[in-house]
Write a protein of this length. Structure first.
Length: 257
């Protein structure tokens, strides 16, 4: 029976500089029951970042590594089908060739003003909506405006404009980039979607660093939802100290907006 296939899991957890990560937690899922949730095991890495699990049976296994002070990503997870491997599958791990899981090492986290995701209705008439990123309420800071085509038909033209009066925005492309750039900001930016676009969509997501008019720095995630109910969803982190560009959030010491 396929579910009786022997499984031996060997792995190693390293950081983004490929240094071993000791005392990391690795959750191992074994698909060992037909049409049921499989068994789960938890291992802890040794001083060399190594872990293993043997004497188990099933058709596949999955891995997920974590540790306080580190960030998880797709590289910190793994999966193998041990019964019906395809051409795209990687070789099964061994003691000499373990699966490598990568955790992103965190930096120096700091207390930040955190505003959770919230919906903000935006007029579709080019009239700006003013949002204070510090309080999360209406006020000076970020201006959002929108222009829409005929939303009764799909696809339709749509665009959003973002502006930070007295400051600026710059796109944040790496989810592990927590230091706002010192320069390169633009006072405004625009997200456009033409009805003739090959991959047209009625939504988009962007991340930015922002330099506010009072010298504070922020990072924010914005999701755009054009349509009859035209709105954006914003999540933001603001460093309360003007001039401090560190935007790595310490969840243990959040500052209430």
């Amino acid at each position: 029976m396929a579910y009786l296939t022997p499984i031996a899991v060997y792995g190693k957890v390293v950081d983004d500089a490929r240094n071993p990560v000791p005392d990391a937690t690795v959750e191992i899922g074994i698909a060992d029951k037909p049409l049921q949730t499989g068994s789960k095991y938890v291992q802890t890495t040794n001083a060399d970042g190594l872990f293993s699990l043997t004497d188990v049976h099933g058709i596949a296994f999955s891995l997920a590594a974590s540790k306080a002070g580190y960030y998880s990503s797709g590289k910190s997870k793994g999966h193998r089908n041990v019964v019906v491997p395809g051409d795209q599958d990687l070789p099964q791990p061994s003691a000499t060739q373990p699966i490598i899981l990568v955790l992103q090492k965190g930096g120096k986290a700091t207390p930040l003003i955190f505003n959770t995701s919230r919906q903000v209705d935006v007029p579709a008439t080019d009239q700006p909506k003013n949002i204070d990123l510090v309080t999360g309420r209406k006020g000076p800071g970020l201006q959002v405006s929108a222009s829409l085509g005929n939303v009764d038909q799909r696809p339709f033209n749509w665009s959003f404009q973002l502006n930070v009066p007295g400051g600026g925005l710059i796109e944040r492309k790496d989810r592990f980039d927590f230091e706002a750039p010192a320069d390169g900001y633009q006072s405004s930016t625009e997200i456009n979607m033409a009805e003739t676009a090959t991959e047209w969509s009625a939504r988009a997501e962007k991340q930015y660093f922002a330099r506010l008019s009072d010298g504070k720095y922020a990072r924010l995630m914005i999701r755009f939802y054009p349509g009859k109910r035209n709105f954006v969803v914003i999540e933001s982190y603001v460093n309360p100290t003007p001039g401090d560009r560190n935007l790595e959030f310490d969840p243990s010491t959040p500052i209430e907006p």
